[in-house]
Design a protein around this ligand. Sequence first.
Ligand code: ATP
Ligand code: MG
Length: 566
Amino acid sequence: MATNNGESPEEKKIQNFLEQLVEEDVKAGKNSGKVHTRFPPEPNGYLHIGHAKAICIDFGMARDFGGKTNLRFDDTNPTKEETEYVDSIKEDIRWLGFDWEGREFFASDYFEHLYQWAIQIIKAGNAYIDDQSSELIADQKGSPTVPGKESPYRKRSVAENLDLFERMRKGEFEEGSKVLRAKIDMASPNMHLRDPLMYRILKKPHHRTGDAWCIYPMYDYAHGQSDYIEGITHSLCTLEFEVHRPLYNWFLDQVYEEGKARPRQIEFARLNLSYTIMSKRKLLELVQNKHVSGWDDPRMPTLSGMRRRGYTPASIRKFVDTIGVTKTDGVSDVLLLEHSVREDLNHIAPRVMAVLNPLKMIITNYEEGKTEELETQNNPEDESAGNRMIPFSREIYIEQDDFMIDPPGKFFRLAPGKEVRLKSAFIVRCDSHKLNASTGVVEEIYCTYFPETRSGGAEANRKVKGTLHWVSVPHALKAEVRLYDRLFSDAEPDGHKDKDFKEFLNPDSLKISECFVEPGLANGKALDHFQFQRVGYFNVDPDSKPGKLVFNRTVALKDSWTKASI
Ligand code: ATP
Ligand code: MG
C-alpha cells in the first residue's frame, strides 16, 4: 500500500496515525474496504494554508487507498455564505493539484433529507421543541462539573413536537422563539450531549435555497448526516471536534441502517504558523478594514495570496508533508514554509538579471554605441532550460552595495583598483568613481574591461573572487518591485490576551520600489517565476501591463531556515 503524501510515488514513508487507522479499517473490511473522504469548507472566506493541510490529508488519503474525495460546502448558515467564496475555494483546490471529479455537493442540498430525519428523531421521542430563549437555554447548560437543568418543554408529547416543528418550517414563529433540541442527557459529563440544538429559526435567504427555508440545521447535526448521505467512510477533521465525536455518533445512531457505509470521525491537529493569523473572521477583518489589498494580497496566508506571491502548489504540498500529521497542537515555523518554496523555485525558476538599487558603471575602454549579445544559462539546476542571449554595452547598472570606496578585508565585490567578473560577461577593474557633490554618494564608477576574459576568450579562465549581476543601461526595462516582509511583527499575533492582533501589524510589510531588469522579461506573463540572481525569487504580478512590469518578491534568496534549524 502506497502511503505517501510526497511528490514521488517511489518514496515510501512511515505511516502517520491517520493512515494507520484507515488501513486498519480497510484490512478489517469495514465499509467493504472502501475509503471515501470529503473536504468540507464553509464558504465564508477564502482558503488558507491551514486548509491546505486538510485538503492534502483528505485527498491524499483517498489517493493512497484507491478511494474518492468529495468536495462539500458546509453551507448551513445562511447569513454568511457567498458565491464568491464557493468559486475561490474550487479554484484554490484545483490549483493545489486536487480533483473532486465532479463530486461537488452542498449541505444545503440535503435540507429536505435532514428535515425528514429530524421528524424521524422526534417520532422516536429523541428530540423536542423548546420555547425558551437562547440565554435561558445557555444558563441551564451547567458546567463540566455541574449538571445542567432540564427544560420544562422536554416532556412535550411527540404529537405536539411534530406539529410545532412543521409550523416552525412554515414560518409561523419568530426568530429565536423556538428551537429543536436533541433529547440526550442534561447531566452528561460531555457538554455537547446536554440536549444540543438541532434547528433554529432564521428568516434569512440562503445563497442556494433562497427563501425556501426559514429553519436551518445546526452544524453538528448537518455535518455527520451529510457524511452519511454521501457514503463517506472517514470524516477527518481538526482536534477541536474531538469532544463533538460522541454527538456525531449519537446523531448517526438515530438514522443508521445496517449495510450502509458508516462514517468514522478521526481528528488531527490544526496547522498553526508563526507570524500568521489563520482565523477566517480575522482575515476578513484585514480585508474589510483595508489593511491588505484583498483576500489575494501576497502577504495573506490564503492560497490565493500565496499563488499571487509566487508560492508553488508543489512547495505547499511538500511543506504540509514535512510538518506531518499529529494529534497535538503546535505552531509550525513559517521559515520552514519559506524553505520549501525556495527549494522548489530553485529547480524551476529561470535565472535572470535585475538590479534593485542601481549604480551606473561606465566601461571606459568599451566602444561607444556598441552592443554585443552574450550567452547565459537559464538555470544551472536544470539543463533542459537551455541558454539565452543578453545584451552588453558600455554602460551597465550594478547594485549600489556591490561597490565600496573603502571596503573591509573580505569584501570580494568591487572597490577602487579591484577586479570582479560580470556574470556571463567580462572581468572589469574599477579605476575611479564620481561622488555627488552635495550628498557625497557615489554616482558613477569607471572601469576597464578585459575583452579576452569572456567565455571562449584566451583569458576566460582567469580567476577573480567576486561575480556581480548587471543590466545594460540602454537595454534595461524599468519595473516596479513589491518587496514583502511578514504581515505581523510578532510570532504569535493571536496569542496575546490583552492585545488585539492588529496591534502587531508590521508597518513595513510592503515596500514598493523600482528596479531595472534585462529586456527579455518584457515577455513575462502573470505569475511567471524568476530568480533575480543574487537578489531573490520574484514573480510577475497580475497587475503587470504591457509597458508596466510589476514584480513581487516571493522569497529572499537566503535560507534562514537552515540556520534556524541547526
Ligand atoms: P473558521 O475560521 O470559520 O473556524 P474553519 O477554519 O473551521 O473556519 P472550515 O471552512 O470549516 O474553516 O474548514 C474546512 C476544513 O478545513 C475543516 O475540516 C477544518 O477542520 C479544516 N481546517 C481549517 N483550518 C485548519 C487548519 N488551520 N489546519 C488544518 N485544517 C484546518
Ligand atoms: Mg469550521
